[in-house]
Design a protein. Sequence first.
Length: 359
Amino acid sequence: MGSKHDLFLEVSDPRAENARHDFCDMMFIALSAVLCGAESCADMALFGRSKEKFLRQFLDLPYGVPSHDTFSRLFRAIDPVEFSGLLERFCKAFGSALRKGAAGVIAIDGKACRRGYDAGKMHVPPMSVTAWAAGVRLSLGYVAAEHGGEAAAALEVLQLVDIAGATVTADALHCHRTMAGVICEGGADYVLTLKGNQPGLLRDARTELDAKKGRSAAREDRRHSGPVMRRVRVVSAGDMAQKHDFPGLRAIIVLETETGGQTSERLFLASRLFTPREAMHIIRAHWDIENGLHWSLDVTLKEDEARARKDNAPHNLAILRRLALNLARSVKDKNSLRATFKRAAWDDAFLLKLFAQMR
């Protein structure tokens, strides 16, 4: 494993110069603790005390293991914009694997830390937006959505990530001309969900769908609840790009899903005339951010139960969890994420192997 300082040196230490505990030591302990199942700053301190003999093999710890209050103060003070840069630097280390993912789908979506609110502010939990590489299942970038500004945060995260050659997907909140323009300027294609929040676009898209046959494909999947039939149709967007001043708009995609006798329909705007099977792959890949990221954060790492709420702590701990997921997924084996985290807790050599992925 490379020096622990190689991992965190590019993150500024926000504390006073006379702080007792080494910044990189604390960050190493914190990330190690999360990889071993820690859910809070109190868990980080407990992990450090329990693993102190192991940690002293490569950390000096002249003042012992920091307390939970010391960890808490540190994560409240770190600049989350700077800290989130670790995600990008980590992904660059994957080289060809990441480039293969970039040729696929990058999903943009927001998420709330549902219990990270101050007293009396349950309705405004901390929000963030993550860029997710569906092909390699890695978090590429993270931006805090200040004051619930998810749309602005989505535009910001696109500036942090190299999207060239990818297809960027997002839900209806992000279906607007500014988003489309930023994606096109970044050298990427887009598939954006279209709903009633864009009534003019929705009306004209339905007109194009009614007037044109386009190309279509169907696929049936089997689930425990029964078969699910999906039909995709792709038609040209005609002059909608000019009419609505919508950068790059070339196609309309409609996905019809039939299950249990119920049929639903979803519309999407696209910057390329994808084949129906390409369109189906892209739409399904976008859903992976819910299963591959949000579900893993909430079920495996208990993010929705996290109570950190002061200053920058909710966002910095959220970034730490995403970094831990990236590391856990960097080891290609047949174990579940939960099993990977358990193995890291039980096997010190395996924990160090995870850190080696960040060199």
